[in-house]
Ligand binder design. Sequence first.
Ligand code: CA
Ligand code: CA
Length: 82
Amino acid sequence: MTKFLALIAATLLAFAAQAGDKDKTHDMKTTATFDALDKNADSQISKTEASADSKLSDNFAALDTNGDGYLSKAEFMAKGKT
Ligand SMILES: [Ca+2]
Ligand SMILES: [Ca+2]
């Protein structure tokens, strides 16, 4: 019986840990990455700032939908929708 309860407790703990990790990953994929790339904190990613991420750099022209040479947060977020 004790063993059974311990197993349930362990399962619940593992589940809680998994849920926590999921939230963390989600945050990093959205705002944290934008803020990390935006070195001068002007809320836009320049081509130079994007060069830190080769994949972003490759897609820069396609993501810069208004063609001003900078990625706004909205333009940056759109990259996950393709
Ligand atoms: Ca910037
Ligand atoms: Ca733009």
